[in-house]
Design a protein around this ligand. Structure first.
Ligand SMILES: Nc1ncnc2c1ncn2[C@@H]1O[C@H](COP(=O)(O)OP(=O)(O)OP(=O)(O)O)[C@@H](O)[C@H]1O
Ligand SMILES: [Mg+2]
Length: 265
């Protein structure tokens, strides 16, 4: 009699993949206070909207295969880095979904600042040709499945770096990561320079952070128009006066229906 082991249930996914990385970042205990990074703590009430968002994005990723997703805004200081970090932290907490958070705001990268750490190499070191491999600037957050490709601010020719063969190689390398890995990209604001436009051409989709009380409907429409044809997954209304976010606040504008995703029937 031949015996073969039963297939694992469809829900059982393989063990998480460990990506080769250059080092490990240990976060301080008070990262929630210092960097406003709540997303690792599922039970923190500030994490609630990010948990909701991660479920919607996970479904979209599973159904569409889009997995390099940018986070941008029309104007500066709308909360892109805050959203990127907390969403990345919340997403990496779901079973077997490693997340790579790339800081591609070359002029004003601030993920390292928010994490309150310093590292020897960053993405611009690689893009300037001082490192051969972008993985030399990839760090894992200790005890998590979140990887960070950080960026120290540079004033040296960001547009040139974003159009370089090294940048194309980075994107190709990210696309070659195992299928389960989600890549979130913290971008510069759309109106500040052409950096967001240059980068968005390489993304599968993006999320637009809209600052409550500051960004106008015209700014939102214009930003979405400028980023075409890259699809907008939806918008997040940040600093809504009902709370950090509000369950009804995100999805404002919602050109691709993420707000009601899965609720159509
Ligand atoms: N909803 C929020 N609640 C509390 N603090 C927030 C919120 N959104 C953003 N912040 C804080 O506001 C500041 C600016 O936010 P952030 O750096 O995320 O903006 P940004 O859009 O990335 O800016 P830039 O255009 O310079 O990249 C940060 O100190 C961040 O922690
Ligand atoms: Mg930022």
């Amino acid at each position: 009699m031949n015996y073969s082991a039963p297939n694992p249930p469809a829900s059982a996914r393989p063990d998480p993949v460990v990506l080769p990385h250059a080092g490990v970042i240990a976060l301080s205990q008070d990262i929630k206070v210092r960097g406003r990074v709540f997303g690792f703590d599922e039970s923190d009430e500030n994490t609630r909207p990010f948990n909701l968002l991660r479920t919607q994005i996970s479904r979209n990723v599973d159904e569409t295969g889009r997995r390099i997703i940018g986070i941008t805004s029309a104007t500066p200081a709308a909360g892109k880095t805050y959203v990127s970090l907390n969403l990345a932290a919340a997403m990496s907490g779901t079973a077997n979904r490693p997340v790579v958070l790339c800081d591609l705001d070359l002029r004003r990268g601030s993920v390292l600042d928010a994490l309150d750490v310093d590292v020897p190499s960053d993405v611009s070191t690689y893009l300037r040709g001082e490192r051969d491999n972008w993985r030399d600037a990839l760090y894992r957050i200790d005890g998590t499945e979140l990887y960070v490709l950080p960026c120290k601010p540079t004033r040296r020719g960001s547009s040139g770096m974003l159009s370089s063969p090294a940048f194309a190689e980075l994107i190709a390398g990210l696309r070659q990561l195992p299928d389960d890995v989600l890549i979130l990209v913290d971008l510069p604001p759309v109106f500040a320079s052409d950096d967001a436009l240059l980068t968005s051409q390489h993304l599968d989709a993006y999320i637009l952070v809209v600052e409550y009380g500051r960004n106008t409907a015209e700014q939102v429409q214009e930003a979405i128009r400028l980023l075409e044809p890259t699809p907008c997954l939806g918008t997040i209304l940040n600093r809504y006066k009902g709370g950090y976010f509000d369950a009804y606040g995100y999805g404002y504008g919602d050109p691709y229906g993420i707000k009601n995703y899965g609720l159509e029937d």
